[in-house]
Design a protein around this ligand. Structure first.
Ligand SMILES: [Fe+2]
Ligand SMILES: [Fe+2]
Length: 301
């Protein structure tokens, strides 16, 4: 069985208890979905998670390696300002990478995890049908459009093993256009489905070319929406989509402070994900579970 920890947008919520817990846990891989800082930058949190002694990957989000002004310009589609403010992003992301220590910075990259390939999608995604941070992506990766991004991801699929996991900051399009859909747009309902189109194309391409996409792991669209929470999991055929962006990822209960992550377990044809809350004493309190198997599965747990 492969067990993977999936940790959604931190936004500043990480402490030494998290480090202790994950260093003792028996996960093959720890996946961070980006958005380390409360607002922008992220080096301070990166230094904290650099204490991990387990294989770990981070796909940067829109808050990682950016500045507050830059984020504002991107959100408001102020293209000239965004271009000017993107200067220095290479250095900021490089500083983040150094601060992360053994935690690898992922993005347009392929990583081995046992029998699975992890395909890290477009870094710094902000969702929707727009290539945010376009100038930086062009300079750093030669990506100047969502079409070019989809092409880059298809190239990674071509080099991947038969069984694939996608790691992304924002999830794919095609999973609902309501504000409370798993990657629906709640801050502007007119925008509907706010998933990434390039990621969607890569997932569909992977299936068409004979890969099994076992899971898609992403965050960005925070769980809390007006009037409640969006779902954190959804099966699409055999593929389990997980949105791990529980923000804030801590809550206070009778037991004290509880810290959130998702546990992904893959065994044969079975895929299961469980919400886990970790207390100050490092004990786990399991939350809800998603489980499923493709037809003909004969898995045992
Ligand atoms: Fe976030
Ligand atoms: Fe984000």
């Amino acid at each position: 069985m492969t067990r993977i920890a999936v940790i959604g947008d931190l936004h500043g919520f990480w402490d030494e208890r998290d480090t202790d817990y994950f260093n003792d846990a028996d996960y093959e891989q720890i996946l961070f979905l980006g958005d380390l800082p409360r607002l922008a930058g992220g080096e301070e949190v990166a230094r904290e998670i650099s204490q991990l002694r387990r294989p770990a990957l981070l796909i940067p989000g829109n808050h990682d390696g950016s500045t507050v002004l830059q984020l504002y310009a991107e959100m408001c589609h102020r293209e000239r300002a965004a271009r000017r403010l993107s200067r220095g992003q290479e250095e900021r992301v490089r500083a983040l990478e150094v601060a992360l220590g053994p935690v690898l910075l992922a993005g347009y990259s392929l990583h081995d995890c046992g029998e699975f390939s992890i395909i890290a999608a477009r870094p710094h995604s902000m969702g929707g049908d727009r290539l945010y941070f376009a100038d930086y992506l062009d300079r750093q990766f030669g990506i100047d459009s969502l079409a070019a991004s989809a092409e880059r991801l298809r190239n990674l699929v071509d080099r991947a093993a038969e069984q694939v996991l996608f790691l992304a900051h924002n999830g794919p399009s095609g999973l609902g256009d309501e504000p409370d859909s798993i990657w629906g747009c709640d801050f502007d309902p007119a925008r509907g489905d706010f998933g990434d189109h390039d990621l969607r194309q890569a997932i569909d391409y992977a299936w068409r070319t004979g890969r099994r996409v076992r899971a898609v792991l992403a965050g960005h669209m925070h769980h809390r929406v007006s009037g409640g929470y969006r779902p954190w999991c959804r099966f699409e055929g055999e593929t389990l989509h997980l949105n791990a962006a529980r923000v804030p990822r801590v809550k206070h209960a009778e037991e004290g402070k509880l810290r959130h992550h998702l546990r992904l377990e893959i065994y044969g044809n079975e895929t299961r994900a469980t919400e886990i809350w970790v207390g100050d004493d490092l004990n786990e309190i399991p939350g809800s579970t998603a489980t499923g198997a493709c037809e003909g599965a004969a898995a045992e747990w």
